[in-house]
Write a protein that binds this ligand. Structure first.
Ligand SMILES: [Zn+2]
Ligand SMILES: [Zn+2]
Length: 399
């Protein structure tokens, strides 16, 4: 049997088992880096398959398969869920109120476990090593960075990497793999918080108070001007204030007001520029209105980069595997959504891919992060086969 038929047959045979894994994970969603049950689940499955998984960082696992000494190709799955009350109507709904696998990371985990089994079964086909990366904390933007800092990309050194994200509520037939062209796919992002301190008092006596609400309203308008009046025509950037909070009563001027939001840019240089201008605007306007404005930033994520050569390889190999079942995303398709695999793609040549798993025409109406989202489990064997075949072929052509 040819390699691709072997992989497709074995992936199809794993469908029921992957479905069981996925549904068990779906019933037990965990958030951020707080994923002890999920980690144990992954650890146990890998040990059953003959792996020796190792903990990396606060909440991740890695395992190796193949022949030491050659190149190393990394496959990544994220494992964390979202703080949402599930309304999907699935029989295997979340058993934990306020937590739901609404981004499909349960599918990612099950598909990478499926690929792990296929790769272990066919270890003699590997002309190098495959490193599996199971990470927590994708939604909170902390898991990949934590594993990179803990050394996931070294010992042995990783030469190239890929990830697959499922997409529901998409206009594509289930099972279609979407492969980017080289370049920036998703933006860099960070969160900001502005705290404005004035002097509270009676609503009838504003003259003896310093009103932080006035200041924060002007700061909000000022921030808008970064995009409207300062960005270049070609800049893709987005500054959103998602929260403003101040005061408790209609007749009291509060002491403080705060706002928080997100910044998205297509490069880290642009991000630094927006951060600098936002700080100057907030502090300057705050001062002009006699308040003190303090600006802080966190959760900085680099842009998600697809390496041209690795993306071309993925298109070639998955074209062999799936025929017309895979397609290239036009190079001018850019998203503002962020993905913490960016921390990997900033360090090694990488290709982030999508797998359509729920077509609107087939009744999968809702997108990820919606409490009603459902995913088509029938796409999982394709995801597992894509992981395994891409790794086998990449190692074969990069000895
Ligand atoms: Zn998500
Ligand atoms: Zn996700």
């Amino acid at each position: 049997m040819q390699c691709k038929e072997l992989i497709l047959t074995q992936a199809a045979a794993l469908k029921d088992e992957m479905t069981q894994w996925r549904e068990a994970l779906h019933r037990h969603p965990e958030l951020g880096l707080d994923t002890a049950w999920t980690q144990q689940f992954v650890y146990d499955r890998l040990v059953e398959m003959g792996y020796r998984p190792e903990k990396v960082g606060a909440a991740g696992y890695t395992a190796l398969v193949g022949k030491p000494g050659g190149k190393v190709f990394l496959l990544r799955a994220d494992m964390d869920a979202l703080p949402l009350e599930e309304e999907s109507g699935e029989a295997f709904r979340s058993e934990f109120p306020g937590k739901m696998h609404a981004c499909g990371h349960d599918m990612h985990t099950a598909m990478l476990l499926g690929a792990a089994r296929i790769l272990k079964n066919n270890e003699d086909l590997l002309e190098g090593q495959v490193k599996l990366m199971f990470q927590s904390g994708e939604e909170t933007g902390e898991g990949a960075r934590d594993m990179v800092e803990a050394g996931i990309l070294e010992n042995p050194h990783v030469d190239a990497a890929e990830m697959i994200h499922v997409a529901a509520g998409a206009p594509f037939p289930s099972g279609l793999v979407l492969i980017p062209q080289g370049g920036t796919g998703a933006s860099a992002s960070c969160r900001f918080r502005v705290t404005v301190t004035g002097k509270g008092g009676h609503g009838a006596m504003p003259s003896v108070c310093v009103d932080p609400i006035t200041a924060i309203c002007h700061i909000h308008s000022g921030i808008e001007e970064i995009f409207a009046r300062e960005a270049e025509l070609c800049d893709f950037l987005c500054v959103t204030v998602g929260m403003i909070r101040a005061g408790e009563a209609p007749n009291i001027i509060p002491d403080t007001a705060e706002m928080s939001g997100s910044i998205r840019t297509m490069s880290l240089e642009k991000m630094e520029w927006v951060q600098k201008r936002l700080r100057e605007i907030a502090e300057g306007i705050g001062g002009a209105y006699r308040t003190k404005a303090k600006v802080t930033y966190d959760q900085l994520l680099p842009p998600l980069i697809a390496d041209t050569e690795t993306a071309d390889c993925a298109a070639k190999y998955l074209g062999e595997l799936l025929g017309p079942g895979s397609m290239r995303i036009p190079s001018d398709t850019r998203g503002g959504g962020s993905e913490d695999f960016a921390h990997v793609s900033a360090k090694v040549p990488s290709v982030p891919m999508f797998l359509a798993a729920g077509n609107v025409k087939e009744g999968y109406l809702y997108p990820a992060h919606n409490p009603k989202v459902r995913f088509d489990e029938a796409a999982m064997p394709i995801g597992a086969a894509a992981h395994a075949y891409l790794a086998i072929r990449w190692l074969e052509e990069h000895k």
